[in-house]
Design a protein around this ligand. Structure first.
Ligand code: FCB
Length: 485
């Protein structure tokens, strides 16, 4: 059955007024929430875990807002059973988490640490006992520091080390895993990590960032066959890319060129080599100008041509750009320094990102047209809001409900038009360490009181759980927050 066939809308004609505008999703749709190891686990030194670049970065004064670190975070390492219980009570049928590489190999090489593997083994079993499908990310930015001491992702060898690490994890839990994401947002890892330097490891080497980008893709390509083999015929291997649809501010040649460059770097740099097996002439020319293409060796594109069985789509906000004054500091878009970013004038979230569900809708059209053969999974989409716990323990977050509602409508519309979207994972299950922003930004369905580690499901958690249980978004799910359930 085609996915579109399962997506229907009750429309105005339905006999049941309460089900008016009901948007039904395809059968077996994954309704999940996502997290990442460094952002929630804490337990920074437990059970033989080594240090990652984020441990180092967060402990470097001035790098993270408020001097926050992930040392304790949401203490999920010790509370994972309760947190899986929450997923289950809410009614979600899928969960995306990441494995911490330095828990498996403290310095990124050699024999795996049994205690690290055992932790994820238990987590997976706990999920499966509750009929929650795990979607496992292998790299959500916590590179073992020992590998960074050898140039990290700028060193080609790191891709081979990653493939070994992936094999260890595949051997340990692969018999129970259907969905793997090798690398989360390689754009951030390469360009925030090695060009602008606002993320770990905090390096400012714009040319080196293109080598890092390539090696991250190579890591995906080298690891994919082993992961597929860990559960033959069943496991799917994907990559999660962060997309931002780009719009030029005017039709002038200069603005169009600014938009072209940002689109190339933001939306095509990883998708084209991984999903088409080739950088293509335009990307090669761009990279040639900034760094040369010596890091792309003959045969590398063949490794990437193994592709992905599904594409993880992470979407938060679009870009509006124009030609602008050249910047003198390293940007996250090397070779596009003379581009200015603007606001469209849409509502903004507390992190400053504009809310644009229409751009999300159009993104699916673009993905379906450009990469028609790959299944899509929304691996991240969500919003930071100012949340607080009321005296009765409730957390009213109507902005999150509005955000999810509008973005789920976009997903449904795309499915109805034929996009092959298999699931939706909101970012995030719980409030967590939001990288350079520390704990100030709360993206969770569940509020975390970091003093007591108490969990408080927000209104949005109940709202979203109901959608997951119904496999449908209905008009009644947008009643004012607090009146549901
Ligand atoms: C994405 C990251 C994720 C989270 C969200 C808000 O870029 O993958 O870890 O921080 O942004």
């Amino acid at each position: 059955m085609s996915p579109a066939a399962g997506a229907s809308s009750g429309g105005q004609a339905g006999p049941d007024a309460a089900r008016r505008d009901t948007l039904v999703f395809p059968p077996d749709f994954m309704w999940g929430a996502a997290t990442a190891a460094y952002q929630i686990e804490g337990a920074a030194d437990d059970d033989g875990k080594g240090r990652s670049i984020w441990d180092t970065f967060a402990h470097t004064p001035g790098r993270i807002a408020n001097g926050d670190t992930g040392d304790i975070a949401a203490d999920h390492y010790h509370r994972y059973k309760d947190d899986v219980g929450l997923l289950s009570v809410l009614g979600l049928n899928a969960y995306r988490f990441s494995v911490s590489w330095p828990r498996i190999q403290a310095d990124g090489t050699g024999a795996p640490n049994p205690a690290g593997l055992d932790y994820y083994d238990r987590l997976v079993d706990t999920l499966l006992e509750r009929a929650i499908t795990p979607l496992v990310t292998l790299y959500h930015w916590d590179l073992p520091q020992a590998l960074e001491d050898r140039e990290g992702w700028r060193n080609r060898d790191t891709a081979y080390r990653f493939a070994e690490y992936a094999e260890h994890v595949g051997e340990a839990i692969g018999d129970r895993i259907r969905y793997w994401v090798t690398i989360n947002e390689p754009w951030c890892a390469a360009f925030l990590g090695y060009s602008s330097g606002v993320h770990a490891p905090g390096v400012q080497d714009p040319a080196g960032a293109f080598a890092a980008a390539h090696h991250l893709m190579l890591a995906h390509g080298l690891a994919a066959p082993g992961l597929r083999a860990s559960n033959p015929g069943t496991s799917s291997v994907g990559v999660a890319l962060n997309f931002s649809p780009v719009q030029p501010r005017s039709e002038s040649a200069a603005d169009l060129d600014a938009a072209r460059r940002i689109h190339l770097l933001q939306n095509r740099l990883f998708a084209d080599p991984i999903l088409r097996g080739s950088y293509g002439a335009e990307l090669r020319e761009h990279i040639e100008q900034v760094s040369g293409t010596g890091h792309i060796r003959p045969g590398d594109e063949d490794i990437l041509a193994g592709g992905a069985d599904f594409l993880g789509v992470n979407y938060y906000t679009p870009y509006l750009v124009s030609a602008g004054p050249e910047k003198t500091y390293p940007t996250a878009w090397p070779g596009a320094e003379e581009v200015a970013f603007h606001l469209k004038g849409l509502p903004r979230t507390v992190i400053g990102w504009e809310v644009d569900p229409d751009a999300f809708r159009r993104l699916f059209d673009w993905l379906s047209a450009e990469y028609p053969d790959v299944d899509l999974v929304v691996t991240e989409n969500g919003v930071a809001t100012f949340d607080r716990v009321d005296p009765d323990g409730a957390v009213h977050d109507p902005e999150r409900i509005d955000f999810l509602f509008s973005h789920l409508r976009a997903v449904h519309a795309a499915i109805a038009d034929g996009a092959n979207i298999r699931g939706y994972f909101t970012w995030s299950l719980m409030d967590n360490f939001e990288w350079a922003e520390g704990y100030a930004m709360r993206f969770g369905l569940v509020f975390i009181d970091y003093e007591t580690q108490q969990r408080f499901p927000k209104d949005s958690a109940h709202w979203y759980g109901r959608i997951a249980r119904d496999n449908a978004v209905s008009g009644t799910t947008v009643l004012p927050s607090g009146t549901e359930e």
